[in-house]
Design a protein around this ligand. Structure first.
Ligand code: PAF
Length: 286
């Protein structure tokens, strides 16, 4: 496995048949490793990027305290058969300081997670665009857990004509259904039990949609579970059009992302599921 620190060395990396990139900010955990395993299935050359991107943090303190664990990350990647790790310094990525020209995530960046973190998705798309240019992959893999990020990246590639395929890796869940997140360690056993309502709500809503329900009925099935759970402070539970993250209304038909964010104690968790809205007269009577 080669460790590459500069854009020039990355450009000199011989290409495989099909290069797949996984972008990360390091501090790797099981969720990242699942992305890498997916990448291995999709191509013959896997490049992982590790870069803590200052542009996507709204608080300087969060950026400063973000864990930087390069040695441990490399030790996790080596046995997975990763071909190269691109881990540039800030000065390599932003040699002229904060970029003058950046990518706008438009409406996608102003809703849901973007409403809570203004500028976050612009920062993500700017670094993703740069890393796509630098790594020049055939495929880039992103985690389905960050549904809004996936929607934003797909829109970037579509709207700005990047020649790359965007693939997703399914959310990794613990046996009890809780989506893996580095924040789960902050949950007490009781909070963890409460947090399971997120997955239960999404699963119930998706099942309701599969029976042929309208979007309103689908959302109600999930909302009832969230409302019945004590000690859960729901930020949003919404149905999104995967094309642009706009909120779907009751006339909506087709693939939809059901997304939830909630605070359990001091910990904010997100989760989502993709389902299809294709109402049938019978389905909506359930
Ligand atoms: O998902 C992340 O870790 C980051 O947002 C990404 C895609 C690596 C961009 O910095």
């Amino acid at each position: 496995m080669r460790l590459i620190r500069t854009a020039a060395d990355l450009a000199a990396l011989p290409r495989g048949e099909r290069r797949v990139v996984v972008m990360t900010m390091g501090a790797l955990h099981e969720g990242h490793l699942a992305l890498i395993r997916r990448a291995k299935e999709l191509g013959d050359q896997v490049v992982v990027t590790i870069f803590v991107n200052p542009l996507q943090f709204d608080e300087a303190a969060d950026y400063d305290s973000y864990p930087r664990t390069l040695d441990a990350d490399l030790a996790l990647l080596e046995p997975l058969g990763v071909d190269a790790v691109f881990a540039p310094e800030d000065a390599e990525m932003y040699p002229h300081g904060e970029p003058v020209v950046t990518v706008s995530s438009g409406v996608i960046g102003r809703v849901l997670e973007g409403a809570a973190r203004p500028g976050h998705f612009d920062g993500v798309l700017t670094v993703v665009a740069k890393l796509l240019h630098l790594t020049a992959p055939d495929v880039a893999v992103f985690g389905a857990k960050d549904a809004q990020q996936v929607i934003a990246v797909k829109a970037l590639v579509r709207d700005l004509n990047f020649s790359v395929e965007i693939a997703t890796a399914s959310t990794v869940r613990d046996d009890d259904g809780l989506a893996r997140s580095s924040r789960n360690v902050f949950l007490s056993p009781d909070e963890r039990k409460r947090a399971l309502a997120l997955n239960r709500a999404l699963a119930s809503a998706a099942r309701t949609a599969e029976y042929g329900a309208t979007l309103t009925t689908t959302l109600k099935a999930g909302r009832d579970i969230l409302d019945a759970q004590d000690g859960l402070d729901v930020d949003y539970f919404a149905a999104l059009d995967p094309a642009d993250a706009s909120e779907a209304n009751d006339d909506y038909r087709g693939e939809v992302v059901l997304a939830v964010a909630a605070r359990v104690g001091a910990t904010r968790l997100i989760d989502n599921i993709t389902t299809r809205i294709a109402p049938s007269a019978e389905g909506d009577q359930r």
